[in-house]
Design a protein around this ligand. Structure first.
Ligand SMILES: Nc1ncnc2c1ncn2[C@@H]1O[C@H](COP(=O)(O)OP(=O)(O)OP(=O)(O)O)[C@@H](O)[C@H]1O
Ligand SMILES: [Mg+2]
Length: 273
């Protein structure tokens, strides 16, 4: 997939800051993500990456700044309202319900969507049944798309970690997002699970969903990103293509080290093909 440099901005952070008591976790961060791209946010542990996604998706209020999703100002909105602008996410620490099957877990992805309409459903059983049927059908389609249909009735604790991570990804698709935030989706996966996961991320992207990715695995990042923003101590230190980021002296010093540059040549999604 070619990176179209002219494509429009779909996500914009304007001078975003987050303070926790005495700590500035994100400092005056501005970035633009373009339509039909995989945009990655990287940086050392504690750099503020998850805090950025938590602010974008409405889990944390901003201390300062503004965030726009397409033409909608989403900073200041509640998480479920932001989800209704077709933003969805996964969490860094797996948040599956242990007592629910894979399919039931996936169906909880719709709950935010139903938040507004829950009360009327209590008095309209026909509508509730129709919704239930639609939700079931959608979950089945997503299970198939992600390749989890065989595990539909399994409980997360009985499955390998890689399948649990895929379940979480599947759940995030129930909201039919146009923009998906993934917080370290490949963390803890073994090499073959990682390859499978990257293939599925690409399949999700190619189905039309733009992806904002946080990930520490540099092979994953350099292979699938169109654009990369690098933060350190909450501040942006670089942005650009994988090739530019790998050669940026500030990024090498703060995060990548010399090792990555020497061991790997050029990045770019073409390497996967
Ligand atoms: N709810 C919170 N209350 C107080 N401090 C927090 C909170 N959440 C994050 N922090 C602090 O903010 C800083 C940024 O944390 P964050 O989790 O965003 O980093 P990260 O880049 O995602 O790191 P990692 O790569 O380890 O996941 C850290 O110093 C962290 O301890
Ligand atoms: Mg994090």
């Amino acid at each position: 997939m070619e990176n179209n440099k002219e494509s429009k901005t779909i996500l914009e952070l304007k001078n975003v800051t987050k303070r926790f008591a005495g700590l500035v976790a994100v400092k005056d961060l501005s970035l633009k993500m373009k339509e039909r791209t995989i945009h990655s946010l990287i940086g050392p542990n504690g750099a503020g990456k998850s805090t950025v996604i938590n602010m974008i998706t409405g889990l944390l209020p901003l201390t300062d700044g503004e965030i726009y999703h397409r033409d909608t100002k989403i900073s200041g909105m509640k998480a479920y309202q932001i989800a209704q602008t077709r933003c969805s996410r996964t969490f860094q620490n797996l948040k599956l319900y242990r007592s629910m099957t894979v399919k039931e877990n996936i169906m909880t992805g719709m709950m935010m969507d139903m938040h507004q309409g829950f009360l009327p459903f209590m008095f309209d059983f026909k509508k509730a049944r129709q919704e239930d049927k639609a939700m079931n059908e959608k979950a089945d389609l997503i299970l198939k798309f992600i390749g989890l249909q065989e595990l539909s009735n399994e409980y997360p604790a009985n499955m390998p970690y890689g399948k649990q991570k895929l379940t979480e990804l599947a759940r995030s698709l129930m909201l039919e997002p146009s923009l998906l935030f993934l917080d370290e989706p490949a963390a803890g996966l073994n090499p073959s699970e990682r390859v499978e996961f990257v293939d599925i991320i690409m399949k999700v992207f190619e189905s039309g969903i733009d992806i904002f990715l946080i990930e520490h695995n540099m092979d994953v990042i350099m292979n699938i990103s169109d654009d990369i923003t690098v933060i350190n101590f909450g501040s942006k230190i670089a942005e650009g293509t994988p090739e530019q980021i790998q050669e940026d002296p500030l990024v090498i010093e703060a995060y990548l080290g010399d090792r990555y540059k020497k061991e790997h040549g050029k990045g770019g999604r073409k390497c996967l093909k």
